[in-house]
Ligand binder design. Structure first.
Ligand code: AMP
Length: 192
């Protein structure tokens, strides 16, 4: 059973690589961005709450995200071979909460795989995705810049959190999708 945190800035390729990883390892994809977009589409109370943060490129408050992830883990824990956490945790408080909720079920994070991509490449990728993604937050230069700034200020410390636990592996996130996938699977296959 693997529980993997796939980490990186917006536009790093987490969604693309997650799809390939769930296919290879039969894991449950837990993308908080996707879950929020689903709530938004369905017009739930949670979706309405998250919308203003998402559209501005800011983080949804920790307690809201943590509650949503807890529900998803409780729903799926008996039927899964493990999780790919994508876009979560995005703050140190979320990382601490994740460790606690996994420990309740006798689980732990196997490792964090961090995709390294330079800022100019990120911006170009997000703008390209914005042409087809219908995401308000992919289409506006200011919002893209806010998301990258939020990543640097609030999310990057999460890598240190896993580094201290000797669970951080960095991967070059620029290049062919299959080559990057190969690098990620080499890391995952080294987990005991
Ligand atoms: P993503 O698809 O992962 O880029 O997420 C899109 C947006 O959803 C983010 O810009 C945030 O507004 C919100 N979001 C997703 N995951 C989180 C999280 N773990 N913590 C706070 N906000 C989140």
């Amino acid at each position: 059973m693997y529980n993997i945190v796939l980490f990186g800035p917006p536009g790093a390729g987490k969604g693309t690589q997650s799809e390939k990883l769930i296919e290879k390892y039969g894991l449950t994809h837990l993308s908080t961005g996707d879950l929020f977009r689903k709530h938004l589409g369905e017009g739930t109370e949670l979706g309405v709450l998250a919308k203003k943060y998402m559209n501005e490129g800011r983080l949804v408050p920790d307690e809201v995200v943590i509650g949503m992830v807890e529900d998803k883990i409780n729903e799926t824990k008996n039927s899964t071979h493990g999780y790919i956490f994508d876009g979560f945790p995005r703050t140190t408080a979320q990382a601490e909460a994740l460790d606690k909720m996994l420990a309740i079920h006798n689980l732990a994070i196997s490792g964090m795989v961090a995709l390294d991509v330079p800022q100019d490449v990120l911006k170009a990728r997000i703008k390209e995705r914005g042409k087809t993604s219908n995401r308000v937050d992919d289409q506006d230069e200011d919002k893209i810049n806010t998301r990258i700034k939020v990543y640097l200020d609030e999310t990057l410390p999460v890598a240190d959190y896993y580094k201290k636990q000797n669970k951080l592996s960095k991967i070059n996130g620029v290049g062919e999708i299959d080559q990057i996938f190969h690098s990620i699977t080499s890391v995952i296959n080294s987990y005991s």
